[in-house]
Design a protein around this ligand. Structure first.
Ligand code: 9YT
Length: 132
């Protein structure tokens, strides 16, 4: 068994600065779970275009308030503490934070830890990863 503490990750190479967000990667592919688990802060007042074409992501908001607009249909999904959204169709979306939001994010396949969003909000798939 492994234990991981957020305090031990802050300031390391698992603490990724994304501009609109800050993602602390608690579990990554090398940890061998088959998914990655992140504790992510989405900064107040930001809007981020995201399209995980190569991954599925579930996001559990545990603090804050904002919304997700799925761009194919223009539907706005209010998000607040206690809400999960699941990008089960690789949904392209705009994530807007009214105030700082704290999210617990699960990705499959697991992120390796080095991914950053490209200009279309996509995380590339590691060369040796099988897509979900
Ligand atoms: C909620 C979300 O998708 N935020 C962008 C960052 C991403 N979740 C990550 O890498 O932790």
């Amino acid at each position: 068994m492994q234990t991981v503490r957020l305090n031990d990750i802050i300031g390391t190479d698992r603490d990724i600065e994304g501009g609109n967000w800050n993602s602390r990667r608690l579990l990554l592919r090398d940890d061998g779970m088959g998914f990655s688990l992140h504790d992510t802060i989405i900064r107040a007042g930001t809007e981020t275009l995201i399209h995980y074409q190569n991954h599925l992501e579930a996001v559990y908001c545990i603090e804050g308030e904002g919304e997700v607009e799925t761009t194919d249909d223009g539907v706005i999904h209010p998000i607040s503490a206690g809400t999960v959204y699941a990008l089960d169709k690789h949904d392209r979306h705009l994530l807007r934070a009214k105030v700082d939001m704290r999210m617990v994010c699960v990705f499959t396949p697991a992120l390796t830890g080095h991914e950053v969003h490209d200009e279309n909000g996509v995380y590339a798939l590691a060369d040796d990863t099988v897509a979900s």
